[in-house]
Design a protein around this ligand. Structure first.
Ligand SMILES: Cc1ncc(COP(=O)(O)O)c(C=O)c1O
Length: 391
């Protein structure tokens, strides 16, 4: 693609950083991972950070650490990447889907409480595309009903709500460093928490349930002795090569996020007169991290009656853009219409009208820090042309 949907930013610093573990020979989870965790805590304000192999494994560890069990229920948004719900399924528990607010693409906090039952143990709000969910309201419900909260902050680096960074509101937060995210380690994830017991448990669960890490074992006395394994854990460790890459990306995080905000604001201005596209909302009190710049394609007010026609029209526009070498994407998907969930729980899109509409008519525009003004102008100009040609 001449203009891709995103592009990771790597410079000389990253090229040198990944060589360090290769040169010293310690390539599994080690000192660079530890440094990356500390940098992440400093950046986010979380007390503890625990790096993992990706955000899905971070979420899996989080639900396991909080004791999610068979038959429990967890409220999750109906529009999110499928792993938010999958980790609940991994524990033989049941995800209860809550519709979203179409303005923000986030869980409709006003609907969460009515979905709770005596079996509900937790809520996993998602800070989708870099905008925090309404953590005040979710916190109130969680407190009232004695539920835990895990923040799915896969997209939420740089996302703030009332000046607090994502991942510092609930019991645990989980982040992703997949290349679609603002900073990347190839694959990678991070758990944040303020609770020492949870960080200790998370460290053990990511490492087969071991009582001490390989590095501690090798650096300490009696390194020939294996750890104790009193928990059923997983191998969800991050490599030190990724850790080194993560450190160098963290050094640029403020700059990367600042550049993304600057580009997003420029899109806001350039698209202000385009009445068929709704640009991302940023309500008062929120800082958007702009992991993605996700719009709604709405030449007409979307309704259940016209949504399929709008969906087809959006797809024609996206195909036309693709033909010109400009990538666009739907925001994410609605797990309620994903085969596994629709079949298993007999879910119907009508029960989640906003999630369904977001699935059908969301439209992500290219955003990356290396993007030039000319590229951004090309995206907007060609978008308007494609709209006219495909309407
Ligand atoms: C909301 C959300 N949750 C979880 C994930 C999973 O992240 P990972 O690919 O790092 O496992 C993603 C990935 O895009 C996501 O968008």
């Amino acid at each position: 693609m001449a203009i891709p949907i995103t592009r990771p930013f790597f410079g000389e610093r990253e090229m040198l950083a990944v060589q360090e573990p290769l040169k010293n020979g310690w390539v599994v989870q080690g000192p660079h991972v530890e440094k990356f965790e500390n940098m992440f805590s400093t950046f986010s304000g979380a007390t503890f950070s625990v790096a993992t192999s990706n955000c899905t494994s971070a979420l899996h560890i989080a639900v396991a650490a909080l004791g999610l069990g068979a038959g429990d229920e967890v409220v999750v948004p109906a529009f999110t990447w499928v792993s938010t719900a999958n980790v609940v399924e991994y524990m033989a528990a049941r995800p209860v889907f809550c519709d979203i607010d179409l303005e923000t693409f986030n869980i409709n906090a006003e609907k969460v409480e009515e979905l709770t039952s005596p079996r509900t143990v937790g809520i996993i709000p998602v800070h989708l595309f870099g905008l925090c969910a309404d953590m005040d309201r979710i916190g109130e419900i969680a407190q009232k009903r004695s539920l835990w909260v895990i923040e799915d902050g896969a997209c939420a680096l740089g996302a703030r709500f009332h000046e607090r960074h994502a991942g510092t509101f609930g019991e645990m937060g989980c982040f992703s460093f997949h290349p679609r995210k603002s900073i990347t380690t190839g694959e990678g994830g991070m758990i944040t928490t303020d609770r020492e017991d949870l960080q200790t448990l998370a460290r053990s669960l990511r490492d087969h349930g071991a009582s001490r890490s390989d590095l501690e074992r090798h650096e300490g006395a009696a390194s020939f002795l294996l750890s104790e394994y009193n928990l059923l854990g997983y191998n969800y460790r991050m490599t030190d090569i990724q850790g080194a890459l993560g450190c160098s990306q963290m050094e640029r995080a403020e700059w990367i996020l600042g550049e993304r905000i600057r580009r997003a604001r420029r899109y806001d201005e350039m698209l202000a007169g385009v009445d068929w596209l709704k640009t991302p909302a940023v309500p008062d009190g929120y800082v958007h991290g702009y992991q993605s710049y996700v719009c709604l394609f709405c030449p007409e007010e979307p309704t259940p009656a016209n949504i399929e026609a709008l969906h087809r029209q959006r797809n024609r526009l996206m195909i036309d853009m693709e033909g010109k070498g400009i990538a666009t994407r739907q925001g994410t998907h609605a797990p309620v219409i994903v085969g596994y969930y629709a079949r298993k729980y007999g879910l119907r899109p009508e029960a989640y009208p906003n999630a369904y509409m977001a699935d059908r008519i969301s439209l992500t525009l290219p955003l990356y820090v290396q993007m030039t003004d000319e590229e951004q102008e090309t995206v907007v100009r060609e978008l308007e042309k494609s709209f006219e040609q495909t309407r």
